[in-house]
Design a protein around this ligand. Sequence first.
Ligand SMILES: [Zn+2]
Length: 286
Amino acid sequence: MIMPMKNCFASSYLFLCFLVCSGCSNSDQPAEESVRRTNQRGEFVYRHQGEFLFAAAPADPQTPPTYPWEEGQSSNQLRITKEYFRCKGSILNPPRIVAENGKELQRYHDCGGAEKHSLPLRNNKEFIYPILIDLLNYIQNKSGKRVVVTSGHRCPDHNTYVDSSVQNSSSKHQVGAEVSFYVQGMENQPEQIVKYIIDYYKETSKYQGLKEYQEFSRFTKGETNVSTPPWMNKEVFVKVFNKKEGRDFDNRHPYPYLSIQVRYDWDLQEKVTVTWEKAYKNYLRF
Ligand SMILES: [Zn+2]
């Protein structure tokens, strides 16, 4: 005879109950308990006679040594070094396509950035014009605010990628003689930053008595891509770009910004020029 399905379940259930109940029988509990108690041990601390605790010396916090790049800076400002000038190119940047009436005219690829090439070289060392680094640190010290370098060295590939205009092809960014930047917290006061630059020349001892460095004039006669007449002395040329000017790929932020170009090389006592040799052949590819 076949057992009805319902009865089958009922008998299985009873069998399971039997198993569970026999498992939790407490007939042997007293024996187990006694074994457990015997095995219980505490961890004791043993001391030898005459032992005593040393009193901890009071904490004596030491000021950590200052690194060269922290010197003369407040805690939220790291000193600007040539590292801030490394090319901002990246292989992750998509190709920039110039098209007219829907037809592709030109396609520009970015460089591999600082991982793929060095800064410009002078005497076999990476080189950025020191006046740019000194001016940016002076601005940081005087303003107490952070300088943000948006464009330092641009290798020729990155220079064309950010702005392929003819005027930009001779950009001094390619030889480490130009920097674009703004100051955090003073984004809308670029002319105050220009005053700091003029003050630098008045305060720095090596320029004392040198009128052509201490006196700035305004550049009004030539062509520029800015509406504010640039400031210049013998060594530098300073431009202020307002919110709608100079928006290249490196400067695609919403703030006005400044650019400083080096006109005259203090060490070599000669005019700074950009040549194909200096731009293309004067840095290492990795
Ligand atoms: Zn590059």
